[in-house]
Design a protein around this ligand. Sequence first.
Ligand code: ADP
Ligand code: MG
Length: 280
Amino acid sequence: AVEVEFPGHTRVMTISNQKGGVGKTTTTVNIAAALASLGGRVLVIDLDPQGNASTALGIPHSADTPSIYDVLIDGFPISDVVQTSPESDRLFCAPSNIHLAGAEIELVTQVAREQRLKTAIDEYVREQETPLDFILIDCPPSLGLLTINAFTAAEEVFLPIQCEYYALEGLSQLLGNVKMIQKHLNPKLHLSTILLTMYDGRTKLAQQVADEVRSHFADEVLQTMIPRSVRISEAPSFGQTVIAYDGNSAGAIAYREAAVEIVRRSQNDAGAAAGDTGEE
Ligand code: ADP
Ligand code: MG
C-alpha cells in the first residue's frame, strides 16, 4: 500500500468547470473515495441540484432528506445533514436534493448570500474532534450563486479537463471568474489542481490536448491522467464509486494515484511554508 501522510488540517476544494459533462461529479466522488481509502477523512458537499454526487456515494437524497438546501437557506448546521457513505466510515456527504433547484433564486434575497456555505463550513470544521482532511464541493456547471458560494468557501479550485475538442474553451472564463471572486469575496481562492480525464491514449487529439494543457499549466496539472473507462461510468448506477465498485480497474487505480499526488502536494506546500518561517 502507498504511504501518505495527511497534514491534519482541512483543505477545501471546489471542483469546477463551467462546462457540463466534463467529469466534475465523477472526479469529486472518486477522488473523495480514493482519499478515504488512503486514510483521509473526507466530506463531499453536493451543490448540484441533480444530486449525482449523492447518488454515486450511495447516499439517500429524496425530497424529505435533510440536505445542503437546508444549510444554505434555513441556516441548518452541516452536521444536521451529513450522512456517512456505506463505502467507508471516513467518507461523508452533505447531500443535495430537488429543493436545491430553487435555492439559486431563493439565495438572491438572503443576507450574506455569497457567504452562507463558507459560514457553515467554518463552523463544521471547528466542531470536528478529529479534523477532516478534505472537503470537496461538487458544483453545478453554471456560475450562479451556488457556484459563487463554493468559490467563497474554498481555497482551492480543482479543475477536471476532458481530453477532447474545445477542452480549453471556457477556461479563460473560469480563470476570470476566479479572479473576480479573489478580488471581491475570497482573496485566498486559487486554481491549485488540474486533472486530465476521459483520456484515450490511442487518439492523437487526446495527447495534443494533454500537451497543450500541460504547457499552459505546468504546476497545476497532475501527472496522473484518468482513462476513459466503462467501469467508471457504470459505478454510479450501483450507488458506488469506482473505488468500491471495481478497485482493481484502471480507473480506480488512476484515481488513487491522483489522490496520492494531491496529498503529497499538500505536504510539499506545508514543507515550503515551514521552510519560509524557518528563515532568518
Ligand atoms: P459533470 O459533473 O462535469 O457534468 P460527470 O462527472 O457527470 O460530468 O460525467 C459526465 C459523463 O461522463 C457521465 O456519464 C460519466 O459517467 C462519464 N464519465 C466521466 N468520467 C469518465 C471516464 N473517465 N470514463 C468514462 N466515462 C466517464
Ligand atoms: Mg456534475
